[in-house]
Design a protein around this ligand. Structure first.
Ligand code: 6PG
Length: 238
């Protein structure tokens, strides 16, 4: 396994290091392919990272923003991952609107919206059916139950192997989420995890043996880079 784990002293050091890694992978991608594709995570951890990125002067027209998962709410809803990233980052920079590729959550049919986004990915990456797009970087968080994106324990989404995007399920609430095969195709998967409440799940995710259906973050084993950035509070029991 090509997993690299870095433990940072505190949340602000974690955010700074996360930004450094994103900027370096962005530079490499733009140098070699003249574009950088990143899928963002939601939740609360990445908000200061997005705020930090908003003050960078970068070739925004070469940067394409996606999301690894989305709550099934309108983009104006307070729970929307898209709204959080726009308010913390995207509304503060000169990025072309067409470079922002949110997941659809508007048809009232999550399955249809998941398939629509999958088609959008295939079109953007010019991949054919059966081919898996390669993101330059997929940013992930981890819940205190060991979930990542909207791949929650013991849900069907965990074993979806024929799709790029599927419907996740959090306590009966639908989510739209990248699938494991799509995430594992990325050139770089970057987990950013902070806080003592993540310790128990981290122990299981990093254990020699544990049930990946219980701790879905174990399923993320990309052929590219796998970087885990943890703050000391989260990593204390590893
Ligand atoms: C979401 C995220 C989710 C998140 C984890 C950690 O839609 O909520 O994509 O996977 O990364 O739940 O969330 P926190 O950063 O808030 O702990």
């Amino acid at each position: 396994m090509n997993r690299i784990v870095e433990v940072l002293a505190d949340k602000s050091a974690l955010i700074e290091r996360s930004q450094d890694i994103i900027l370096s992978r962005l530079q490499t991608a733009i140098k070699s392919r003249d574009q950088f594709t990143i899928a963002l995570s939601g939740g609360s951890t990445p908000k200061p990272l997005y705020e930090a990125l908003s003050s960078q002067s970068l070739p925004w027209s070469k940067i394409h923003i996606f999301w690894g998962d989305e709550r099934y709410v309108p983009a104006t809803h307070q729970d929307s991952n898209q709204l959080m990233a726009r308010q913390a980052w995207l509304d503060r920079i000169e990025i072309p609107a067409e470079n922002i590729h949110p997941m659809n959550t508007t048809s009232a049919d999550p399955v249809q919206d998941a398939q629509k986004h999958e088609a959008e990915l295939q079109e953007f990456f010019s991949t054919k059916k059966g081919e898996i797009p390669v993101f330059d970087l997929i940013l992930l968080g981890m819940g205190d139950d060991g979930h990542t994106a909207s791949l929650f324990p013991h849900t069907e989404a965990l074993t979806e192997s024929n799709r790029l995007v599927t419907v996740g399920n959090k306590d009966g609430q639908p989510r739209i989420t990248f699938t494991v095969p799509l995430i594992n195709q990325a050139r770089c998967v970057l987990f950013v995890v902070a806080g003592a409440n993540k310790r128990p799940a981290l122990k299981q995710v990093f254990a020699e043996q544990a049930d990946a259906m219980n701790y879905p973050s174990r399923l993320i084993q990309p052929q590219g880079e796998l970087l885990w950035l943890l703050d000391q509070a989260a990593a204390a029991e590893l």
